[in-house]
Design a protein around this ligand. Sequence first.
Ligand code: N01
Length: 546
Amino acid sequence: MSALEKTQVDYDVIVVGAGFAGIYAVWKAKQSGFTVRGFEAAPEVGGTWYWNSYPGARCDVSTYSYAYFFDPEIVREWDWSNVCADQTEILRYLRFAADKCKVNESITFNTKVRAAKYLESEGLWRVTTSSGQEYVSRYVIMAIGALSTPKTPDIPGATDFAGLKLFTSDWPKDRKVDLAGLRVGVIGTGSSGVQVIPEVAKVAKTVHVFQRTANFVIPSEAGPVNPEQVSSLRAEPSQVRKDLRATFGGNQVFGIGEHRFSELDERGRQDALQRAWEGKYIALAFRDAHLVEANAAISEFIRQKMASVVTDPWTAKQLVPWDHPYGGKRPCRSDQYLQAFNSPHVRLLSLKETPIVKIETDGIQTSTEKFELDAIIYATGFDAITGAVFALDIEGLQGKKIRESWKDGPVNYLGTMVHGFPNIFFPSSAMSPSVLSNMATLAEQQIDFIVDSMLWLEEHDHGKLHPKAEAQEFWQKEVLRYAHRRPGALTTNSWYNGANLPNKPRVFMIYCGGFNKYHELCLSELRNDFPNYELLQTPELSLSAD
Ligand code: N01
C-alpha cells in the first residue's frame, strides 16, 4: 500500500462509554493534546448512574471520596447534600462535571459501539458502531464499566409474565413507574435488591421478596455532610487526590479499631466490635480485620445484629447469611432493608426451601405456592466485568478475538491492557482493584496511567504497546495470590468470581493487593519505560485533525 492509500485516521483517541471513567478520559486526552471522540449508548453522560435509576439507588461509598478530584473548581463548586448521595444527585453531578469540562461536544450519544478491530499493518483501530459507521483511531479507551451488562433472567417463563416487568439495571426513563397499590414481586437480594425493596414497600400493596442467597447488610453512612470535612477537601484537592491513591481502598477511612484481634480477650473483642458498629467501621473493627479469625468474629457479630432487627424468627434466620464470611461477596448497606420485613405486607420467600418453578402470565409459581403479581422487579445482577467486553467484537493481533483470549477467564496486565491487543485500554475492568476499591478514585488513577502511557508512546515514534505474555501470567498469579488471602474470596459464589452465571469460568476477577500498591506498580512501568510491555513499531501515519 502506498503512503497515499494509507487509512485516514479520524481521531487520535476513541473513548467508549461516558461514565466516571469515560468523562474523565475524554477530558484528560483532550487536555493532553489528542483529538478525541467519545461514544455513549445512552442519550447523556452517567454510565452506571444513568441506567440504574431504580427507587432507592444510592452510592454506599461516601462522597468525601466518591467524586472527582482532578479539577479544584469541581470540588469547590459542587455541594453534596448527603454523605452517600443518591442516584439522581450523582447523575446531576456527572452532568455538571461534563459541562464544566466541556466534554459533551466530543461525545456522540445514543451510539453503541459494536466492534473494534486492530488494523495490524497500520497499527490503527477501526471502531464500528451498531449503525455500521466506522471510525479509525490510534488509541481506544474502553470505559465500558464493570457492571454494565445485565444478566438475562434465567428463570423459566420469564418472558411470559403479562404484568409490569422492571429491571433495576435499566429502570424506565421515559415515564414515572407507579407501584402504588400493586402486588409486587422482587427477585434478587444483592445491593440493588436491598435498596429497591424498602422503597417499593413504602407504596406497594404487597411485596414478595424471592431470595436465593442472603447477604450481609450493615447500616449505611448516609446522612448530612460535615462542613468541616468538605472544607478540608476543598482546601487542596490535588493533595486529597494524592492521599486517596496512597490508601488501601482508594477511600478516606474515618474509623479503624485500635487493637489487633489477636491482642484482645473475648470481652475486649466484643467491646471493639460494638465500638466499631456504633462508629460505622465494623469491617475494620480490628487492625488485623483481614485475618480469617478476625473476619469470622466480625461476620458473627453482624449476623447477630442483623437477626436482632427482624421480629419474625423464621424470616430473621433466612435473611442472615450463614453460608459465607463478611466480604466474601459484596456486602450491602441499608438502614431500611431488614426493617421492611417487619411490615405485614412484606414477605420473604426462601428459594433454597421453595424454589421458583416458573413465571406465569399472572405471577410466580414456587414449589409450594402461587403468587399473583402485578409487577416483577428483577434485581438479578450483571454479567460482571467480562460481559461488557464480550458484548463487543474486539479483534487484536493476528485476528485474535478477545473472546478467545479470555475463554478461560479474563487475563491482562495491571488490569488495563491485554497481550495481543496493542493500544487499546480497559479501565475499570478485570484484575484491577475495581469494586474492592473506590471506583471514582480508580477511574482517575487508571485514566491518568493510560493517557500517560499514550503520551510516552507519542514520544517513542507513535509506537504500539501491549503487555508481554509473561507479565500477564505474573499478574494472573498475583491476583490469585491476594485472593487467597481474602476470607471467602475463592469459596463464596459471587459475581467477583463469575459464579453468578452458570457457564462463566470461575476466576477471581479483582486485584485485592491494595490500591496503593496497584498505583505504585503502574507508576513503576511509566518511570522505567514499560519493562513488562512489548513496543511494536509501524510506519509513520498521516493524521487528520478533529
Ligand atoms: O446484583 P448482585 P446487584 N433466581 O449480583 C439473585 C454494585 N451496586 O445488581 O446470590 C433467583 O449482587 C442473586 O442470587 P444469588 C455492587 O458492586 C452498588 O444487586 O446468585 N435469584 C442475588 O441475590 C453490587 O455488588 C450499589 O443466589 C437470582 C441477586 O439476584 C453490584 O452492583 C448499588 C437469580 C443479584 O445480586 C451488583 O449488585 C447497587 C435467579 N435466577 C449495585 N439470578 C451501591 O453502591 C440472580 N439472582 C449501593
